[in-house]
Design a protein. Structure first.
Length: 274
């Protein structure tokens, strides 16, 4: 996809890192459907006052769980199924993504899971209108979210919808890959090439990978945020052309797709050290 990742320096300054308040506070917070007013109050509830140091990411270092692969790259179906399983089994992950729609500014976001964190999953999204949304899966509490506009504060999703479950959990990262495995047609191995992943929006360093490139057509769902009702939603993408790069260790590194109407997304799967 031709659109490059917008600068994220402002987002790093304004949106702190992983929550570090005591889980007991979060449990108390969860007793109410809405527990704070305003974006800044809600973010402070989870974040404290200082950002978490960026994840270390020496170039070329991968978790032992994602180094070896038994599947044959020339068998696309089996190899891609193995790649999805590696993401599911990984002890940690960090994904950044951008979204483009013809005639609109690109939207962007990231998602991560880290061992020992207060959050089982954290997902940040900034819409093309500049509205920032933060989504969480908290152990013992469930799904929570907050947004600059459309919500009065940190909200516990006591009756999560399909969109809530996909956007507030690891299924946000796994879902698009599983959609590809389940629905891809005319799937083919294009060849092998080197790809460069830029530094992520949360400080994971740049990296270079030799990867197998696959292409085809698939159907998926893209997450969105509806400002007026202040809720999560899913956009159906019934047909899109994709390119997927999987490194020699069998781990996805980039997925880019574009639908006939010009809607498209690019996901970059950064290697992290655990």
């Amino acid at each position: 996809m031709s659109t490059s990742m917008p600068s994220t320096e402002q987002e790093l300054e304004e949106v702190p890192g992983q929550p570090n308040w005591l889980l007991s506070l979060l449990v108390a917070v969860a007793s109410l459907a809405v527990v704070a007013s305003g974006w800044s109050v809600a973010r402070l509830t989870l974040d404290g006052e200082s950002a978490v140091p960026p994840l270390a990411d020496p170039v070329g270092v991968e978790s032992p769980l994602v180094r070896a692969v038994d599947a044959d790259p020339s068998d696309p179906e089996v190899f891609l199924e193995s790649a999805v399983q590696k993401v599911r089994d990984a002890p940690a992950f960090h994904v950044s993504y951008t979204r483009t729609v013809e005639g609109e500014e690109p939207a962007q976001g990231w998602a991560r899971h880290e061992p020992g964190s207060d959050t089982a999953f954290e997902h940040y999204f900034e819409s093309s209108e500049g509205v920032r949304v933060h989504r969480y899966d908290l152990p013992g509490t469930g799904f929570m979210m907050t947004a600059e506009k459309g919500l009065p504060g940190m909200t516990v999703l006591t009756q999560p919808t399909e969109a809530d479950r996909r956007l507030c959990s690891e299924e946000f990262v796994l879902g698009v890959l599983e959609d590809l495995v389940e629905t891809a047609t005319d799937l083919e191995l294009v060849g092998s090439e080197k790809i460069d992943l830029p530094e992520s929006t949360r400080g994971v360093g740049a990296s270079t990978h030799t990867a197998y490139r696959y292409s085809g057509t698939f159907a998926t769902e893209a997450g969105d945020y509806l400002l007026e009702p202040g809720r999560n939603s899913l956009v159906q993408v019934p047909e899109a052309r994709f390119d997927l790069w999987v490194d020699e260790g069998g781990h996805p590194r980039r997925l880019s797709y574009t639908a006939p109407n010009g809607f498209g997304e690019t996901y970059e799967y950064h290697p992290v050290e655990t």
